[in-house]
Design a protein around this ligand. Structure first.
Ligand SMILES: Cc1cc2nc3c(=O)[nH]c(=O)nc-3n(C[C@H](O)[C@H](O)[C@H](O)COP(=O)(O)O)c2cc1C
Length: 182
C-alpha cells in the first residue's frame, strides 16, 4: 500500500550528512511507491511554542501562531509516516527540529487529538561527529510511546563531522532500506 510520508529535516546544511540520509530514505521510499514530502525546517519560519494551551484556534492551523507550521500541520494530519531527521546537537535534536516537534502539540489539543487519532509510524535519522546518541534515542522512544506512533527505529550515523563525511558509509544503505520498508 502506498503511504504518505512526511520528513522533518532539522539540519541547517542542505547537503550535509543528515540530508544525505534523508535523500537515501526518500529514494528507498519512492522505489516502494510511497509519496514523500520533505520540510527543510531551517528555511522555514517556525517560532517556538508559547505554552498558551490555545490549540483549537482553527482546523487549518490549530495553533494560535500563524507561521509556516501551517504547511506541516496539513501534511502531518494526512500522513501515515513521519521521519524526524537531525544532526546531533549537544546530545539532542537540533533546535530547528525540537521547535517543530513542540509545535505539533497544537494538533494534540484540537478535534480529539489529531496526532494520535490515526495509525501513524515514525523513524529517526541522525548524523553526528561522535556517537553519543543514547539521550536522544531515549527521548525519541518516549515520544513514540506518548504519541502512540509505531516506532520504526533509528538510523544513527556517527563519525561524521564535516559535510560529505558520511559518503560511502553503511548508514546510507540502512536509511534507503528503511525507506523501502515503511
Ligand atoms: C551546535 C552543534 C552541536 C553539536 N553537538 C554534537 C554532539 O553533541 N555530539 C556530536 O557527536 N556531534 C555534535 N555536533 C556535530 C554534528 O552533529 C555533525 O557535524 C553532523 O554531521 C552535522 O550534521 P549535518 O551535516 O546534517 O548538519 C554538533 C554540531 C553543532 C554545530
Amino acid at each position: 500500500m502506498s503511504k504518505k510520508i512526511v520528513i522533518l529535516n532539522g539540519s541547517p546544511r542542505r547537503n550535509g550528512n543528515t540530508s544525505t540520509l534523508v535523500k537515501a530514505f526518500t529514494e528507498g521510499a519512492g522505489s516502494a511507491g510511497h509519496t514523500v514530502t520533505e520540510f527543510f525546517l531551517d528555511r522555514m519560519e517556525i517560532h517556538g511554542c508559547k505554552g498558551c494551551f490555545g490549540g483549537r484556534s482553527s482546523r487549518e492551523c490549530p495553533c494560535v501562531q500563524k507561521d509556516d507550521m501551517i504547511q506541516i500541520y496539513a501534511a502531518v494530519r494526512e500522513c501515515d509516516v513521519i521521519v524526524m531527521a537531525s544532526p546531533l546537537y549537544y546530545w539532542n535534536m537540533s533546535g530547528q527540529l525540537r521547535t517543530a516537534v513542540d509545535r505539533l502539540f497544537a494538533l494534540e489539543e484540537g478535534d480529539g487529538n489529531l496526532l494520535r487519532g490515526h495509525d501513524r509510524s515514525c523513524a529517526l535519522l541522525m548524523a553526528a561527529e561522535g556517537n553519543g546518541f543514547e539521550d536522544v534515542v531515549q527521548y525519541f522512544d518516549h515520544l513514540m510511546e506518548h504519541l502512540r506512533w509505531k516506532n520504526l527505529g533509528h538510523v544513527l550515523a556517527g563519525g561524521n563531522g564535516d559535510v560529505g563525511d558520511i559518503q560511502g558509509k553503511p548508514e546510507i544503505e540502512q536509511a534507503r532500506a528503511l525507506g523501502r520498508a515503511v
